[in-house]
Design a protein around this ligand. Structure first.
Ligand code: SF4
Ligand code: SF4
Length: 134
């Protein structure tokens, strides 16, 4: 069973960023510095928000293709996994993702990518994001 996060109804997003706080909370941290999901305004609150999170591309995903050390590997079915020990922190994956879903962990100097756990979706009260089987 392959799962990925889907942005099912962005129109309902109120920009509370609870999903971002929840994602960082996985590391027992406050704030959203370790979040692998991003909510941002599309230009004024009245125009709404966009939610950026890994879409679990078909393999080989753009981010996987550019990694020079095979630190990003295809997950079975769809999406990616980071093999942290192999990562040299070059940042090519960040540039390669067409939707900007490879974030950067400043502390480790390595990318941060959604692990498709669905924790954030449990905190979205508005049904904007959902973990789905693909
Ligand atoms: S991080 Fe970007 S390029 Fe890589 S699988 Fe996710 S959406 Fe695709
Ligand atoms: S930053 Fe790490 S995972 Fe990303 S392309 Fe470079 S070596 Fe690969």
């Amino acid at each position: 069973m392959v799962r990925r996060l889907s942005v099912v109804d962005p129109e309902r997003c109120v920009g509370c960023q609870m999903c971002m706080f929840a994602c960082t909370r996985r590391f027992s941290l406050g704030g959203f510095g370790r979040s692998t999901i991003l909510v941002k305004s599309v230009g004024g609150v009245e125009r709404g928000f966009v939610v950026v999170v890994c879409r679990a591309c078909d393999e080989p995903a753009p981010c996987v293709r550019v990694c020079p050390t095979d630190a990003l590997v295809s997950r079975e079915g769809k999406g990616v996994k980071l093999v942290r020990d192999k990562c040299i922190g070059c940042g090519k994956c960040v540039e390669a993702c067409p939707i900007g879903a490879v974030f950067w962990d400043e502390e480790s100097g390595k990318p941060a990518i959604c692990v498709y756990c669905g924790y954030c979706a449990d905190y979205c009260e508005y049904g904007v994001i959902k973990l789905e089987e693909v």
